[in-house]
Design a protein around this ligand. Structure first.
Ligand code: DGY
Length: 432
């Protein structure tokens, strides 16, 4: 049953979520579960702020890049101000720099978000000019430090880097990480969120083992990329990076960053070719375990992101259209984060089944670019209905739309404002 809240009130409620989660230039995803600044959350949140406060939207990206490391990495968390209630906090990462940060990254949505903001900023290019060199350094970090042999496929070294933390995509590579720590008693998330919506203790023990391995390597970028016992090419990061490369190239060309443009052209060509290695026998794309050389068995929501990257063929797009129809027949709301027909599907557990609005936004962008506006529209309407029925939850059960994880979530509110609450099914985020 849809709520009867008038659309304008819902827009105001979404703006109120962003204002409440604003900590002064940076936004927390949700004050209780995630009380710091997260990397890709900030990029999506900037799109929401851009609908009513463009200056504040720029600020979100600028504060994120204040956490950038000297080697170019943009960390997945910037611990801007002390906060209780989260594990692993700054002490668990052991990184000595200011502002305090984690030691891993997250999908690089920022250049695409920056290009959207630039498109709304009229003739004032001062803020994008200041940001382009930082964005470029972060892309170089992915293409060089995280691809030390120049294969065109970038390495992630921790499931949290994918942002799809607990996806079945990581089951096999994570099974090869031997847990060396027991951190169950340190977890704080279970105090805020239903345990059946969150990863298991075994998962936490393995992923915190990876943090200990990186600490032993003193967080040296290359050593981490070559040495951690979890090394995977995530289809999500790979696709999001390729799309962001294309957006950054457009910005570099427009603003006269000539050398950067040449480097970006090279990285784009290399990724376009290398990504064919991620295609499975059934024609759908997957993540690749770089240690074992095996493609993930699971087909997850990342399978659609080659559309967002604009590297999929028209034939790939039609295969994904068929896949969407089949999975939607098995669960009412799209896009389930793993295939509802798969034995690993879990409707409410973190990234093993639930629907996420920012994934839907990227997937709809992809379908729309390939002329599949019906699918793009379906995802916008499903996303809008989830919010109308339940509010701005972190994620949603694909069977009945029940809200899961944390309530009043920043990126869900931002996706409502910038996309799901609109009537336009053809919106691609940026023109390529
Ligand atoms: C968490 O703590 O669950 C986060 O997703 C890690 O980034």
């Amino acid at each position: 049953m849809l709520s009867t809240t008038p659309p304008s009130d819902r827009d105001e409620a979404a703006r109120a979520v962003l204002r409440r989660n604003d900590r002064g230039g940076f936004t927390v995803p949700n004050g209780r579960v995630y009380p710091f600044q997260w990397n890709w959350d900030s990029a999506f949140v900037a799109l929401g702020f851009a609908t009513f406060d463009l200056d504040r939207a720029w600020r979100e990206l600028e504060t994120l890049f204040e956490g950038q490391w000297d080697d170019g990495m943009v960390p997945h968390i910037v611990f801007r101000a002390p906060a209780d209630g989260y594990y692993p906090g700054p002490e668990a990462w052991g990184i000595q720099r200011q502002p305090l940060t984690s030691g891993i990254s997250q999908p690089p949505v920022a250049a695409t978000a920056a290009r959207v903001l630039h498109g709304l900023s009229g003739r004032d290019a001062s803020r994008i000019r200041a940001l382009v060199p930082k964005l470029f350094a972060s892309h170089r970090w992915w293409h060089e430090t995280r691809d030390p042999d120049g294969t065109g496929l970038v390495t992630m070294v921790h499931p949290w880097e994918s942002g799809r933390d607990n996806s079945p995509d990581w089951d096999e590579p994570l099974a090869n990480v031997v847990p060396q720590v027991d951190v169950a008693h340190l977890r704080k998330d279970l105090g805020h969120v239903d345990a059946s919506h969150r990863p298991t203790h075994d998962f936490y023990n393995r992923v915190m083992t990876l943090v200990e391995e990186a600490k032993a390597l003193r967080w040296d970028g290359m050593a981490v990329a070559r040495g951690l016992s979890f090394r995977v090419c995530d289809l999500g990061i790979q696709s999001i990076l390729l799309r962001a490369d294309r957006d950054l190239l457009k910005l570099a060309e427009e603003l006269g960053f000539t050398e950067e443009a040449v480097a970006l052209q090279g990285w784009i060509a290399r990724s376009d070719t290398a990504m064919s290695r991620l295609k499975g026998g059934d024609g759908l794309y997957r993540s690749l375990d770089l240690r074992s050389g095996r493609l993930s068995e699971a087909v997850t929501c990342a399978a659609y992101l080659p559309l967002y990257a604009r590297m999929a063929s028209q034939e790939d797009a039609l295969a994904l259209k068929r896949h969407l129809a089949a999975t939607r027949a098995a669960a009412g709301f799209s896009v389930a984060s793993s295939d509802p027909r798969d034995r690993r599907f879990d409707a409410t557990r973190y990234w093993r089944g639930p629907v996420w609005l920012m994934m839907n936004r990227m997937i709809a962008d992809g379908f729309s670019a390939y002329g599949l506006t019906e699918e793009a529209g379906l995802l916008r309407r499903d996303s809008g209905d989830l919010v109308r029925q339940n509010g701005f939850w972190e994620y949603f059960d694909p069977r009945d739309g029940t809200g899961c994880g944390g309530p009043d979530f920043s990126w869900t509110a931002a996706m409502w404002l910038s996309w799901a609450g609109s009537q336009d099914d053809r919106q691609a985020l940026t023109a390529l």
